[in-house]
Design a binder for this molecule. Structure first.
Ligand code: S5P
Length: 457
């Protein structure tokens, strides 16, 4: 089968569609390729695998993979024809950091060729490569059947990957035009759409005022230290603040663990915040439906919205939780828990990505993400996927890496900040020190130095 025959067969089975389609990126495209059904047409599958074999026969690699679902059956046929081993990644990946996500046999360091049906922006290819790299597989080359991107080659090259494609969008349009299978009007629409992709409109980057407020306070106080004041009496609480309040940019509370909470607590806290110049963040970890969290935030004993500008939010109930919390009240924003520091937590990469999407859709209500990571590199990659200018707030930080008996895992100050944490959240590292005041100063200085080093690099 020639490339031209392949395209005409795709057209016949309805895999090439013209109309109005909303892409993953939110853009409306005048065309759409859906190659999923191809597997039910043996002659097409056979044809495309032969074309792919021809394209890659001189390339060097140890194993082959295809990105599920569409490309996996194609890749298995190609692997079989080339007598190369096939591996593939679970689509429903296990929780973050548990490993063993690749099915099939391979040696650590094996070079893997990745086959996919399409490339649109390249973002998902880079994500795939990172997942394989975490499992000890080296990725350098991607082969796609159809390149419908405007700058996929350049995008992949930025991260050091090479793109090889069989057929370009232009070739398809030209062929369909030659065969009178597409109107001149459609051709024009496709051309307009692709050229609009190459020149993305420059948009002013939106920065949530609560992000700006925290950044300004950090610069003013030369501190990116958030104290997690997890004590259970007001005496301990304010005695600790007397010692360390001047060192911190923000105070994180768990107001519901204070045994003798009364109506004097909040005014006193506000007076400290003003005098010692820190912001207030209640780590309430809201997780319920919108209507319930609205009450939990604004009513009840603690009336959190009256005194905490920042709160933590789980995305497990869906992004409308943000509306429930913040709609109609000014001056508040959430830190979305995109990853947790505790061992065995159930937040996986798919969940994390959903958190990013939620933030992207609601930038007016999100100041940042709570996150953690297994290494500096891992944190860097995690942060690179933030959709906007959200801050990375990182708990599970101590002078030395380690863990506690109840699942908490600690990174060092330098690894946390070096990888991308904008603020470190420290509890017991300071609270349990012999001299909390001196310790808070030390944490502040080290974290601030690491922060300056990172942003000036
Ligand atoms: O993933 C998380 C998210 C949070 S907000 N892991 C965490 O440890 N936290 C909070 O950070 C936790 O509730 C606690 O208040 C603080 C860490 O305290 P430390 O004593 O372990 O430093």
């Amino acid at each position: 089968m020639t490339k031209e025959q392949f395209v005409l067969e795709l057209e016949k089975i309805g895999a090439i569609k013209f109309g109005r389609f909303t892409l993953k990126s939110g853009l409306t495209s005048p065309f759409y390729f859906d190659l999923r059904d191809m597997i039910s047409f043996p002659y097409i599958l056979e044809g495309i695998s032969d074309l792919l074999v021809e394209r890659i026969k001189d390339m060097e690699f140890d194993v082959i993979t295809g990105i599920p679902y569409t490309a996996l059956p194609i890749a298995s046929l190609v692997a079989s024809k080339m007598k190369k081993p096939l591996v593939y990644m679970r689509k429903e990946e296990k929780a973050y950091g548990t490993g063993n996500n690749v099915i099939g046999k391979f040696e650590k360091g094996a070079k893997c060729l990745v086959i996919d049906d399409l490339i649109t922006t390249g973002a998902s290819k880079i994500e795939t490569a990172e997942k394989y790299e975490k499992e000890g597989i080296v990725i350098e080359d991607f082969v796609v059947v159809i390149d419908r991107s405007s700058n996929g080659t350049e995008e992949l090259a930025k991260d050091g990957y090479k793109l090889h494609s069989l057929i370009s969008l232009e070739e398809i349009v030209q062929l369909l035009k030659d065969k009178d299978l597409i109107t001149a009007e459609k051709v024009k629409e496709v051309e307009e759409f692709t050229s609009s992709l190459t020149k993305p409109a420059k948009k002013e980057k939106y920065i949530n005022p609560l992000i700006k407020k925290l950044l300004d306070k950090m610069n003013e106080k030369e501190s990116n230290l958030v104290l997690s004041l997890d004590v259970t009496t007001q005496n301990e609480f304010f005695a600790m603040l007397d010692k360390v309040g001047d060192e911190i940019v923000m105070l994180k509370t768990h107001v519901d663990i204070i045994n003798d909470y009364d109506e004097k607590f909040v005014p006193k806290l506000q007076e400290y915040a003003k005098r010692q110049n820190f912001l207030i963040f209640e780590d309430r970890k809201f997780a319920d439906i919108g209507n319930t969290v609205r009450h939990q935030f604004r009513n009840g004993v603690y009336k959190i919205a009256d005194w905490a500008e920042y709160v933590t939010v789980h995305m497990v109930a869906g992004e409308l939780i943000l509306k429930g919390l913040f709609e109609g009240i000014e001056g508040h924003a959430g830190f979305v828990l995109a990853r947790m520091s505790s061992k065995g937590n159930l937040l996986n990469e798919t969940y994390t990505r959903k958190c990013f999407e939620a933030a992207k859709n609601n930038p007016q209500w999100v100041a940042g993400f709570i996150g953690h990571g297994s290494s500096v590199e891992d944190i860097r990659r995690f942060k690179a996927k933030f959709p906007g200018s959200e801050l990375l707030m990182m708990p599970g930080v101590k002078k030395e890496a380690g863990s506690d008996a109840m699942g908490q895992q600690y990174l060092t100050i330098e690894d946390a900040v070096g990888g991308g944490a904008d603020c470190i959240i420290v509890g017991r590292g300071i609270l349990q020190a012999d001299d909390p005041k001196a310790e808070a100063k030390l944490y502040r200085e080290r974290a601030w130095k690491a922060f300056q080093k990172r942003i000036n690099n």
